[in-house]
Design a protein around this ligand. Structure first.
Ligand code: SIN
Length: 322
């Protein structure tokens, strides 16, 4: 089989991090090393694919904004439209990787494989996880099984869909998704796929900018004044409620009032594996709320932003489809 051509975009993060000593895994400088240095640490990559690498950003992913998502998605759409390119890999900091991956999942219009990865230990650390994650990401991007799955994330030998992914641990086993998000695993150059995503991806238009949407997290004593403050100037709110998106009566009254003022409300949950059932615990249809399904609140926020930016008339339908 001819070798696939994989475009690799580096954006910074711990995978490009450097510290003064090899035992230092805290207090290091993220995004310190350029992509050429990272590739040189991974022998055997050229046997997997022909790589073309570029350094788009060199930042800690805490500094990733929606402007970076737009730029990255534009670049990936251009690269993947090139008939000479068979797939792409993005190296990204882990702290906000799940947001970038989901944004790309929704906006990159290509069936070609797109795989994100990062690392929890800086490149200079003993047992740095970046080189193997990078190797696995290229293996997945070059593998025919990854075609048509939308944006994937490879981390710690696991292969995930971008949908539902969350950083859930600050140790090297950083990522997980609820029971629906893990698709398979990667071991060396072997890619084992066990499930395929069934929801739509890559079909939302890339806007020039995103509307303002904020997230609120339910907790005992949360005053409605906080909800009202978050809604100031916002086009929408994602409310991470209790359990099945449950709302205290005064929160419900406040959100219903805000909806009447034209602010879009997505009812989500603070429960990591929680599916919010439309009209289950709260009369969403009556109040004009959208159920956020089982999307983690940061991903529900991005979907609402893209749906609003595209002028989508049926927000619930958009959430049900993605
Ligand atoms: C970052 O997100 O850029 C720093 C942390 C990490 O990559 O693990």
């Amino acid at each position: 089989m001819t070798k696939r051509r994989i475009a690799l975009i580096a954006t910074g993060g711990t995978i490009a991090g450097a510290a003064a000593s090899s035992s230092q895994t805290l207090g290091y400088q993220a995004a310190a090393l350029q992509v050429e240095h990272l590739l040189a640490d991974v022998p055997g990559l050229d046997a997997l694919a022909d790589l073309q690498a570029e350094q788009l950003f060199a930042i800690d992913s805490a500094h990733i904004t929606s402007a970076h998502w737009l730029q990255l998605s534009t670049r990936l759409n251009a690269l993947l439209a090139d008939p000479a390119v068979d797939g792409a890999v993005v190296l990204h900091g882990t702290d906000t990787l799940e947001e970038t991956a989901w944004f790309l999942h929704l906006t990159v219009r290509s069936d070609k494989p797109l795989v994100l990865t990062g690392a929890m230990r800086p490149a200079t650390a003993l047992s740095a996880d970046g080189p193997m994650n990078l190797y696995h990401a290229v293996a997945a991007a070059a593998h025919p099984a990854s075609v048509g799955l939308g944006t994937l994330v490879v981390f710690g030998d696991n292969l995930y869909s971008a949908r539902g992914l969350q950083k859930r641990d600050s140790t090297p086993a950083a990522f997980d998704a609820d029971q629906y998000g893990r698709l398979g695993l990667v071991k060396g150059s072997h890619v084992h796929l066990y499930q395929r995503p069934v929801r739509a991806h890559g079909d939302l238009p890339l806007p020039d900018s995103l509307p303002s949407v904020h997230i609120l997290h339910a907790y005992a004593d949360l005053p409605v004044t906080q909800i009202e403050a978050a809604a100031q100037g916002a086009a929408g709110l994602v409310f991470a409620g209790l359990g099945n998106g449950n709302l205290r009566p005064d929160w419900l009254a406040c959100l219903a009032r805000l909806r009447q003022q034209g602010i879009h409300i997505v009812r989500s949950s603070r429960v990591p594996n929680g599916t919010v059932i439309r009209d289950g615990e709260v009369a969403d249809s009556q109040h004009g709320f959208v159920s956020g399904d089982n999307l983690p609140p940061p991903q529900a926020r991005i979907l609402l932003q893209l749906a609003l930016a595209s002028g989508e008339p049926n927000l619930q339908g958009c959430f049900d489809r993605h």
